[in-house]
Design a protein around this ligand. Structure first.
Ligand SMILES: Cc1cc2nc3c(=O)[nH]c(=O)nc-3n(C[C@H](O)[C@H](O)[C@H](O)COP(=O)(O)OP(=O)(O)OC[C@H]3O[C@@H](n4cnc5c(N)ncnc54)[C@H](O)[C@@H]3O)c2cc1C
Length: 186
């Protein structure tokens, strides 16, 4: 893992230029807003760019680094998965990042308490690891996942089967060739 450069090392780096996170985590816009408003306030407070840079780093480096670690942890586990290592995506001990993505986040659409905690994670209102430390909520998400599987609303793995993916791709290609919703302009 790389160290974050101090933001005043060259230019003052902030937002995606400082800590880029994968867009699918939905961390980037929150960080961009927090960094932008914080920097403006610090520049007003200090009136000196070096002091403001140091205060900016002190305020945000730990959270930025934790978010980057969290995002790259999923990259690491996907690489394990793609290398044919067996990973149980329904077991947080096997892969917390994949459990969050495939079990907890989908459960958030069905449960207000989980939805709230996921939103707080995304919007940087909680430390990024708060959700993964909430074992009661994780267990609740797992129960919701099993309920969705039992009622046929989710496939057992939480992921579409290979045949379903090919069928979806074929359907999208067919739709591209002969759009059902389009009207003739003639
Ligand atoms: C497909 C996709 C989906 C995403 N979905 C989400 C999401 O749902 N939720 C979420 O939180 N985040 C999401 N993100 C991430 C989020 O958009 C970024 O993290 C965020 O916009 C970063 O803000 P920023 O200000 O650092 O950079 P940017 O928004 O990239 O702004 C940088 C600006 O600088 C300008 N610029 C660059 N070079 C120069 C130059 N030399 N001179 C002048 N101007 C320059 C660029 O044109 C740009 O306008 C997504 C990203 C992508 C790509």
């Amino acid at each position: 893992m790389r160290d974050l450069p101090p933001p005043h090392a060259r230019n003052l780096e902030q937002r995606d230029a400082w800590i880029h996170t994968n867009g699918t985590f939905a961390f980037g816009a929150s960080l961009a807003l927090i960094h932008g408003f914080s920097l403006a306030a610090l520049l007003d407070d200090y009136g000196d760019t070096v002091a403001a840079s140091e205060a900016f780093e002190a305020a945000h480096a730990a959270d930025a680094q934790q978010r980057w670690i969290s995002v790259t942890a999923e990259d690491r586990d996907r690489a394990r998965w793609w290398s044919a290592e067996t990973i149980d995506t329904l077991d947080p001990a096997s892969s917390m990042p994949l459990f969050l993505r495939f079990v907890v986040y989908p459960a958030a659409t069905r449960d207000p308490a989980i939805c709230r905690q996921v939103a707080r994670r995304i919007d940087a209102l909680d430390p990024v690891d708060a959700l993964e430390g909430d074992t009661i909520l994780l267990e609740r998400a797992r129960r919701i996942h099993h309920m969705l599987v039992a009622s046929g609303q989710l496939p057992p793995s939480g992921l579409p089967e290979r045949a379903e993916l090919f069928a979806a791709i074929a359907a999208a290609e067919a739709e591209d060739r002969h759009p059902t919703g389009s009207r003739s302009t003639r």
